[in-house]
Design a protein around this ligand. Structure first.
Ligand code: TEU
Ligand code: CA
Length: 606
């Protein structure tokens, strides 16, 4: 239930007198929709999503009410890591389309008042990039120093070893031996993704040139892939081995926000500022807001915002992503409060997200995909995330409540090298322990990247109408598309799609409160409810989210009881949510219920 557009529109004008604590800019007032091109819409029947397919859905994206569209990589790539292995920064991956299609996409977005943000993958390239082919050709090739080459180490009995013990994110050592020149090269991800050597000014210049080329073509900014990994500790020291079963521990302490990171980001920031461009840096393995503030502080002129991974890593166990960990609301409260308060108080900015192409679906992970709770959960999570301080990111399919792959899917249906490599290695080491393998498979199904790469469900027709052809899509389609699809939701005012659209509209309308307002956690100790307030000047909103399947009798915290009395419900995911009068000391919050109460809305003539 939402107030009418007219009411909302006329209210926004009366707010602008209040001066927010934080600097104002367009990308803080924007929301972003992330598209994974291979899985969005296939226009030519080859089972692979493509740019013309995206163009065919621009009105759908516009109807959601987002301002920016970020595409995961579309540049030429052998697709070892779905385009996060670029072999040519100036050409488009042919199955996705060509440069003309990109021009059409940019025109189509601009015509609808939206912008295109490109995924910039410059911590590493593909091993098929011409730079790397040259670099590996010989030690005196002029591209040798564009990558990170080191001599082998040897054990006492002469066995050749990698230069250090860092592990790669997709398994094994982060170093690959190259016979031709008797040296190892660094690859933090797959061996087909050699890390660029940012110490080399020619590498930095080449990246600056790539950025300018695409900005001049009408791209409005960048999502920067693992951009905090580009500066490595040049000593390349070993990491202490804690688990003898894992000889290659993660070396992030020696490359996450490394020694020269801010020097490099200042260079990028100068280019971004020239174009008033959008920027979001992906920054894994950094949990200290102060460290990220050094990159996203408004006065730092480096990046606009960053994806931190604390929420994404919240249910990782002690042995990493696919080891059992437990999602706990109290942890979520402390993480969100830390980032919301810190960035507000320090003129930084948050990138708000609960899903992307690397993560399990948030309804399955943090709420409930059970039929009776699925839509409620999608709307509750939209309320919880979408009204925080920061720029909200909606990942394709999240707006229609897509959930994880079916439990019945066999490992043969997995497509992502991260899960496949991990599962193959894990079952080899633990083949006698069936119970442990089954438990791990359950964790993979919950958190695997494939969950976010299942084709978008457009309609009830074959292959969920993702493809026009008869060729099977490159990855399986979920088995719930006959009832969960975009076409049934766009025209349904009570759908998850239209609820997301209402949340984004609330942000646009109550800019002072929901974009620039302060954040305060309410009732910190509650086990099931996440309640927070947003305020600026006299205006205050209370956002209530029930993360449980229980009816919760909530004794309204005294600090908000007055709002409950005099406030107005702006939105809720249950019909006819009534709020208590000031003399009622409690309110019953229903399973996965969310609602928002606004107090002291400026008096307006409607
Ligand atoms: O992901 C970086 C990253 O940290 C991932 O390893 C992430 O932690 C993991 O996928 C979670 O399971 C970026 C891209 O988003 C990812 O798709 C790429 O595979 C990776 O970089 C290498 O480019
Ligand atoms: Ca296609």
């Amino acid at each position: 239930m939402t107030v009418t557009e007219t009411q909302l529109q006329s209210r926004s004008q009366s707010q602008s007198q209040s001066l927010p604590a934080n600097s104002r800019t367009w990308w803080k007032e924007s929301s972003v929709y992330q598209i994974y091109p291979a899985s969005f819409k296939d226009s030519n029947g080859d089972g692979i999503g493509d740019i013309p397919g995206i163009i065919s859905q621009l009105d759908y994206i516009k109807a959601l009410g987002v301002d920016v569209v970020w595409l995961s990589p579309i540049l030429q790539s052998p697709q070892v890591d779905m385009g996060y292995d670029v072999s040519d920064y100036y050409q488009i991956h042919p199955p996705y389309g060509n440069l003309k299609d990109v021009d059409m996409l940019i025109q189509g977005l601009h015509a609808r008042g939206m912008k295109y943000v490109m995924d910039l993958v410059v911590n590493h390239t593909s091993d098929q990039h011409e730079w790397f082919k040259q670099s590996r050709a010989s030690k005196d090739n002029k591209f040798r120093d564009w990558y990170i080459w080191k001599k082998p180490r040897y054990t006492a009995d002469g066995a050749r070893q990698p230069p250090n013990n860092w592990g790669a994110y997709f398994g094994g050592s982060a170093w690959k031996y190259d016979e031709q020149t008797d040296e190892y090269f660094l690859h933090l991800f797959a061996p087909e993704q050699p890390d660029l050597n940012w110490e080399n000014p020619q590498v930095r210049d080449a990246v600056h040139q790539i950025m300018r080329y695409w900005l001049d073509k009408g791209v409005s900014g960048f999502r920067m892939d693992v951009i905090n990994f580009i500066s490595k500790d040049q000593r390349f020291p070993d990491v202490p081995v804690v688990d003898p079963k894992n000889p290659y521990p993660e070396g992030a302490k020696y490359y996450a926000c490394g020694p020269r990171i801010h020097e490099y980001l200042q260079d990028l920031g100068r280019i971004l500022k020239e174009y008033d461009a959008f920027s979001v840096g992906e920054m894994p393995s950094v949990y200290d807001p102060a460290e990220i503030l050094n990159a996203v502080g408004f006065d730092r002129q480096e990046l606009g915002m960053a994806f931190q991974f604390e929420i994404m890593d919240i249910d990782h166990g002690p042995k990493g992503k696919f080891s059992p960990g437990k999602f706990c609301l109290k942890d979520l409260k402390s993480i969100v409060t830390k980032w919301q308060s810190f960035m507000y108080e320090n003129n930084g900015w948050n990138a708000l997200y609960l899903e992307n192409h690397d993560q399990g679906r948030s309804i399955s992970r943090f709420a409930s995909a059970k039929p009776e709770y699925r839509a409620l959960s999608g709307k509750m999570l939209a309320t919880f995330l979408g009204l925080q301080s920061g720029t909200p990111f909606v990942y394709q399919g999240q707006e229609i409540g897509m959930v994880n792959m079916p439990e019945s899917w066999d490992v043969q249906k997995f497509r992502d090298l991260e899960a496949i490599n991990f599962w193959n290695e894990f079952t080899q080491i633990n083949e006698e322990n069936a119970e442990l393998c089954n438990q791990t498979l359950k964790e993979i199904r919950l958190k695997s990247r494939d969950n976010g790469r299942i084709p978008i469900q457009w309609g009830p027709g074959k292959f969920a109408e993702f493809t026009s052809g008869t060729i099977d899509p490159w990855i399986g389609v979920n088995d719930d598309y006959d009832t969960w699809n975009a076409s049934s939701q766009v025209s349904d005012p009570s759908s998850v799609f239209n609820y997301w659209a209402s949340i984004l509209r609330l942000r646009r309308t109550w800019v002072d409160v929901f974009v620039y307002g302060s954040f305060k956690l309410i009732d910190e100790e509650h086990d099931d409810l996440f309640v927070y307030s947003r305020s600026l000047g006299e205006m205050r909103a209370i956002v209530v989210s029930n993360f449980s399947d229980k009816h919760v009798e909530w004794t309204v915290a005294s600090e908000v009881s007055s709002i409950f009395a005099g406030g107005k419900i702006l939105i809720g995911n249950y019909e006819k949510r009534q709020i208590t009068g000031v003399d009622d000391k409690s309110v019953v919050v229903k399973p996965f219920e969310a609602f928002v109460v606004l107090q002291n809305e400026p008096s307006i003539s409607v």
